[in-house]
Design a protein around this ligand. Structure first.
Ligand code: NI
Length: 192
């Protein structure tokens, strides 16, 4: 049975702060996990009016393995195709750090202004075990940094935990509203 949004774990689940293991052999089980990640992301995507499910790391469906899936056209909710990256590594970070909003399927309704490199190079294996490389700029570069963080047990809010002006909440009308920092700091869901 295909996984759904209800199979996506969210904070304060401590698994989100654990380091994922490298994939050894790419078996049928690994391909199955990648399919599950895509179906869970698309099911989440269908339930959200103002957001697009752009990527997911395996730990977000509680599989501590170094696998990420990235949507091929994350500006288009109609495009439902993804690329699978096994054991992805960022081999180079370039350009200036730029602050922009990002969210996470495992941190519902919270957005943060996070500084990320503008350009990254990534190497990974495809589902056949063949190595490939991509160069990503702008928002796509941000996505890779966010997802590789997940594999290392880091969530985007960890980057901004001391930043009083970085936290926002997505309202029902699709607008982001700043959250009072005292409220953020005391939220047991975020920091447990
Ligand atoms: Ni995330």
């Amino acid at each position: 049975m295909a996984l759904t949004k209800d199979d996506i774990i969210s904070l304060p689940n401590p698994h989100l702060r654990q380091r994922s293991k490298k994939v050894g052999y790419i078996t049928e089980d690994i391909r199955h996990i990648a399919e599950d990640m895509i179906s869970a992301t698309l099911n989440w995507d269908a339930s959200r009016n103002h957001e697009v499910g752009v990527a997911l790391a395996a730990i977000q469906i509680d599989q501590p393995l170094r696998i990420i899936v990235v949507r091929n056209d994350y500006e288009n909710k109609k495009d439902q195709t993804f690329t699978v990256f096994i054991n992805p590594e960022i081999t180079k970070k370039e350009g200036e750090l730029k602050e922009d909003f990002e969210g996470c399927l495992s941190v519902p309704d919270i957005y943060g202004k996070v500084k990320r490199y503008q350009k990254v190079r990534v190497k990974a294996l495809d589902l056949e075990g063949k190595p490939f490389r991509v160069t990503a700029e702008g928002f796509l570069a941000r996505i890779f940094q966010h997802e590789v963080d997940h594999l290392n047990g880091s969530v985007f809010i960890d980057h901004i935990k001391d930043d009083e002006d970085a936290f926002f909440r997505l309202n029902e009308d699709g607008k982001l509203k700043a959250i009072d920092y005292e409220e953020v700091k005391q939220d047991p869901v975020l920091w447990e």
